[in-house]
Design a protein around this ligand. Structure first.
Ligand code: FAD
Length: 289
């Protein structure tokens, strides 16, 4: 099933699509384990599930299409494969498209990917500079295409209005929905949503929520993506610093409060970064529904 249809149906019935994001096998995680994760997440009956793609050469890229195929065929939940273009040449994109088609994938989240630290800018291929550059190719190939959005602006773009203008370019290139980066203060999302509407963004924007699980995870995330850490989160991290189980519970509870508030404000959709954890999926789904 196409995800744009899923958003259209939800708009008609005044419901909010809830999606789960998982990562495919990597490191010591086997393909079978990833299948078990997908099955466990599917129990919560999200409206669709997305599978990340490694831009950084971890060798698991082929697994994204295979897990997306597994989700759609075995759990009957619509799936979406992420695809990054940072190190793709035109021929590579044709191969990727064929691979996704062969796996029966209907939906693709078109991304640039992060610039690998070890790669000098001069060694970067010029075929696809931004996510918007691959979107028309994917649309032409028949995929329903989504793209990434940044409520606080992308980390490499210090002007929110410019970041939103780049978003509009992705819509103009054919993206039919957006999924946002995580944020911990809903105020940023509401401000962003308003500015996006003013800038002519008309496609649905699904709000991305990731419960914090540990101090290390949160520090890594905020330096990677530039999301702000509001005082209530800092206080919870300080309070439960020496009690990992309570810290995780606090993280899930905080995310559920964010979800309830977003739902009350009528967001287009909710995208849960599950980190492959069924307990996170379960708690967030009960807050979302
Ligand atoms: P783009 O939209 O191409 O933007 C990249 C930068 O270029 C931004 O600073 C933007 O403002 C700027 N820009 C865009 N257009 C122009 C223009 N015309 N002129 C000048 N500047 C421009 N990464 C992965 O590796 N694998 C994943 O599976 C993955 N999944 C993700 C899922 C979501 C929901 C999100 C929000 C992010 C995900 N990422 C993933 C991270 C993503 O790859 C990075 O955030 C990356 O740095 C930017 O990707 P993008 O598609 O938004 O890039």
């Amino acid at each position: 099933m196409r995800i744009d249809t899923c958003f259209d149906d939800a708009a008609r019935t005044k419901s909010k699509p809830v999606s789960f994001e998982m990562f495919p096998p990597k490191g010591e995680m086997s393909f079978e384990h990833a299948q078990e994760v997908a099955r466990a997440l599917a129990v919560e009956q999200p409206d669709f599930m997305s599978v990340t793609y490694s831009a950084g050469g971890s060798g698991n890229q082929g697994a994204t299409a295979a897990i997306a195929q597994f989700i759609a065929q075995e759990t009957h939940i619509p799936s979406m494969a992420h695809l990054t273009c940072i190190s793709l040449f035109k021929d590579d994109l044709a191969v990727k498209i064929a691979e996704l088609k062969a796996a029966g994938v209907a939906n693709v989240l078109a991304l640039r990917g992060d610039v690998p630290l070890h790669e000098a800018s001069s060694s970067r291929p010029a075929d696809f500079r931004y996510a918007k550059d691959i979107i028309p190719h994917l649309v032409e190939a028949g995929f329903c295409v989504g793209a990434a959005a940044y409520p606080e602006g992308h980390i490499a773009c210090d002007d929110l209005a410019r970041s939103i203008a780049h978003l509009k370019e992705k819509q103009d290139a054919g993206a039919s929905f957006f999924v946002t980066q995580l944020f911990f203060d809903n105020i940023y999302f509401y401000r962003f949503q308003e500015l996006a509407t003013q800038a002519g963004i008309t496609v649905p924007i699904s709000a991305g929520i990731m419960p914090f699980m540990s101090k290390q995870q949160i520090s890594r995330m905020i330096f990677l993506c530039g999301a702000s850490l509001p005082a209530p989160v800092i206080k919870l991290l300080a309070r439960w610093e020496d009690d990992p189980a309570s810290l995780r519970a606090a993280g899930i509870e905080y995310a559920c409060q964010q979800i309830e508030d977003l739902r009350a404000h009528g967001v287009d959709g909710l995208h849960i970064y599950t980190m492959n954890r069924a307990d996170v999926a379960r708690a967030c789904m009960s807050a979302a529904r």
